[in-house]
Design a protein around this ligand. Structure first.
Ligand SMILES: NC(=O)C1=CN([C@@H]2O[C@H](COP(=O)(O)OP(=O)(O)OC[C@H]3O[C@@H](n4cnc5c(N)ncnc54)[C@H](O)[C@@H]3O)[C@@H](O)[C@H]2O)C=CC1
Ligand SMILES: CC(=O)C(=O)O
Ligand SMILES: [K+]
Ligand SMILES: [Mn+2]
Length: 356
């Protein structure tokens, strides 16, 4: 029997509405598998917690999380109450960095049962490998001289080790896929220090993988290719910000921001990895009961995969697609079903598939 201890952080907004279905999917996965169990502990760390305590999590929050094998998170952010840079850097980004979750894996693929907004999606299947611990997400810089002459500096940080490990991870991931093709997202025509450096490292690491087809594409053109010919892409490796933007675009071509999953991975497994959907707390729909739970539930599948339970994870993904194919979908996908109706329908399918 494998027992996995998980810290559950619903966070803010619709995170609180979709996480319960992700948790139920994990519990059901354990039941179906038979040799797996989860011990979950929930933490109320969020913007509401901030209002009460003046911080997003306790001072020893990171130490507390280190006792778990994984973190299952919803979303962070309540911009009318706490500025986004304060809330995200106080919880989400703090965890990514402190836990050395330097890889963010984000699949982008055409789903059964979802109508892609692309006229001819051609079965695209992309894995975005996003550098997740440095790059453009950086606390370095500052503001001076308030008023009309104000000066603001924001520095991006690229280390050789950080860049190499992200790119190497992407090549290794491509080696396990059919197409064996890595595209590097660059912008070395406009960003004259970090991106030529990124390209140089991509070339150097790429030489270790002669069996993998490899190319560099500027992020602007690559964004267009996500729309015009996503079926030509396989693994895409990108810096922190580029990967962030490309994966909401990826969610868009899949059909909705509400269905995309992600895994913040510490490949060394020295610290817990964190699993959260791509989407944020969606304050515009929070409280209406219409948030799509698919992103959170597919994220549960990524966690099952990470721990080596790919078979039951595949059953969960199949159940998600069955449900969408049956037309049980939330308004973001053009349907009328509620969060609960979709979540429960997926769990019912999952139970059926688990019995077979
Ligand atoms: N990883 C995280 O925790 C993230 C947090 N945020 C935070 O979330 C807050 C809102 O940010 P936004 O830029 O509006 O991004 P968002 O992803 O929360 O929402 C963007 C749009 O997608 C829709 N949407 C998102 N998830 C959905 C779901 N599951 N079902 C149906 N519709 C869904 C929303 O209603 C909204 O119209 C901010 O505080 C932001 O900083 C944003 C992105 C990621
Ligand atoms: C904040 C956000 O959207 C992300 O890093 O994924
Ligand atoms: K999220
Ligand atoms: Mn994002």
């Amino acid at each position: 029997m494998k027992n996995i201890e998980i810290a559950v952080i619903p966070g803010d907004g619709i995170g609180k509405e979709v996480v319960p279905f992700g948790v139920k999917a994990l519990e059901l996965a354990a039941e179906i598998h038979g040799g797996l169990s989860f011990k979950m502990q929930e933490f109320p760390w969020s913007c509401e917690y901030y209002v009460e305590h003046g911080r997003m999590m306790p001072e020893n929050g990171i130490d507390i999380l280190k006792n778990f094998e994984a973190i299952f998170l919803g979303a962070v952010g309540l911009p009318k109450t706490v500025p986004d840079h304060v809330s995200l850097w106080g919880l989400l980004i703090a965890i990514r960095r402190e836990m050395k979750q330097y890889i963010n894996l984000r699949p982008v693929k055409q789903m059964r049962g979802v109508r892609s907004p692309l006229a001819d999606p051609k079965g695209f299947d992309i894995l975005v490998v996003r550098e997740n611990a440095e790059g453009e997400y950086s606390p370095i810089g500052g503001r001076m001289i308030a008023g009309n002459d104000e000066i603001v500096v924001q520095n991006a940080v690229f280390t050789r080790s950080g860049t190499e490990r992200a790119i190497r991870f992407a090549f290794e991931a491509a080696g396990k896929r059919d197409r064996k093709f890595v595209t590097s997202a660059t912008k070395s025509n406009g960003i004259i220090h970090s991106m030529p450096f990124w390209d140089e490292v991509f070339g150097q690491v790429g030489r270790e993988f002669p069996e993998i087809q490899q190319t560099s594409t500027h992020i602007d053109a690559l964004s267009a290719f996500f729309v015009t010919k996503p079926q030509t892409l396989d693994v895409v490796v990108a810096s922190n910000l580029f990967g962030d933007i490309l994966t909401d675009l990826g969610a868009g071509i899949m059909g909705s921001i509400g269905i995309a999953p992600s895994a913040n991975i510490n490949p060394d497994r020295k610290y817990p990895s964190m699993f959260e959907p791509v989407h944020g707390s969606a304050p515009d729909i929070y409280g209406k009961g219409i948030a799509n739970p698919v992103g959170q539930m597919w994220t549960a599948k990524m966690m099952l995969d990470f721990f080596g339970f790919e078979d039951v994870g595949q059953l969960l993904l199949d159940s998600i697609e069955d449900t969408m194919e049956a037309g049980i979908i939330t308004p973001d996908l053009g349907g009328k079903a509620s969060t609960t109706e979709v979540g429960e329908a997926i769990l019912t399918k999952f139970k059926e598939r688990g019995r077979r």
